[in-house]
Design a protein around this ligand. Sequence first.
Ligand SMILES: NC(=O)c1ccc[n+]([C@@H]2O[C@H](COP(=O)([O-])OP(=O)(O)OC[C@H]3O[C@@H](n4cnc5c(N)ncnc54)[C@H](O)[C@@H]3O)[C@@H](O)[C@H]2O)c1
Ligand SMILES: O=C(O)C(=O)C[C@@H](O)[C@H](O)[C@H](O)COP(=O)(O)O
Ligand SMILES: [Zn+2]
Length: 366
Amino acid sequence: MMRSLTVDLKDRSYPIHIGEGLYPQLPQLLTECGIQPDRPLMLVTDTQVGPLYMDEVKGHLESAGYRVGTITVPAGESSKSLSRLEAMVEECIRFGLDRAGVVLALGGGVVGDLAGFLAASYMRGISFVQLPTTLLAHDSSVGGKVGVNHPLGKNMIGAFHQPEMVVFDVSTLRSLPEREVVSGYAEVVKHALIWDASFARWLHTNASDLLHLDPEKVGHAIYQGCQVKAAIVSQDEKESGLRAILNYGHTLGHALESAAGYGTYTHGEAVAIGMAAASMLGEELGTAQEVSGFTRELLRQFRLPVSLSGQWDEELLLEHMKRDKKARQGGYAFVLPRSIGEVQLYRDIEEQAIVRVLNRLKEGTT
Ligand SMILES: NC(=O)c1ccc[n+]([C@@H]2O[C@H](COP(=O)([O-])OP(=O)(O)OC[C@H]3O[C@@H](n4cnc5c(N)ncnc54)[C@H](O)[C@@H]3O)[C@@H](O)[C@H]2O)c1
Ligand SMILES: O=C(O)C(=O)C[C@@H](O)[C@H](O)[C@H](O)COP(=O)(O)O
Ligand SMILES: [Zn+2]
């Protein structure tokens, strides 16, 4: 069964297809969105995903008459860098990728963000298609945020560049390491907590089956998550307002990722701790009552972390949080809960409240 939905962006709207065993249908799906075999394709993947799925995808495309080049980057967050991007541009030029070319991102969020930014910047912008292979990438493949990291901050260099299509073959999830399955549920939980209380309750009831990758339930969770994302992006493509709620858990999450060194925490783990923190901050500041208990319980059900382990340099975390892209004029900005299923962006959060929450987050105190 294939589930499909649309990201409604007027003349730049695009489909998201979710289902088992979709790769044989790729040539037909590409043609349906206007990408014919006369356009050269550059298939980007990483060293972990490539050996598993690249030959299959390339084979289907070549059988249908497409000319396909390939780029394989090292697996992991450190590939989201400007130096890696530069090397990829060289590979595209040597392959002869022209302006009619299309980049295909086969992998998780790292490949999606990096290949998407390649597409956004190569020859001032060419088309791209997302082929997500992690649970987390139900989020990253939708909405057009593409980019790379800077040592001083996460996703500091990037663009808004929407894909032509998203094809999520969920059978690829069977090869995902357990840590990445767990990590991916952080963004699923986020989509529920910011927008859809009944989805949050459903996740609460079905956590065990979802962790065991029950195909029907995983398909439903991905579809629901994509629906939330598509609804928000359709209303505010470039984050002039509403879209900031998709950043729930990310003020602290991004700070943890960059301060600890990219790849120490997975993105999902960092965002989970960030959502636990935001829910507690919401209670401290009175934006919401009694949300942190449910939030942390839901995260724990998915085996996600809700506390800070080890020693943390508080000053360093605060420094990174000050540089958050939602912040203005040096104040701290956080998306905070109003209730389960509703959140709001708050700016100028007082530092003392954040420090109190950071202390509560230290292992054993929450
Ligand atoms: N653009 C956005 O809107 C957005 C949204 C959320 C996250 N992100 C970004 O996404 C990135 C995290 O993405 P991620 O969690 O997918 O990490 P990832 O891309 O690093 O993938 C995690 C690991 O799983 C491996 N892997 C991927 N698919 C596999 C499969 N099917 N089988 C076996 N192994 C597989 C990868 O090689 C990697 O080692 C972060 O950089 C984050 O900032 C972007
Ligand atoms: O799509 C969005 O908007 C999001 O905020 C989704 C986040 O899950 C994602 O991690 C995104 O890359 C964060 O964007 P940033 O602008 O805060 O770097
Ligand atoms: Zn995220």
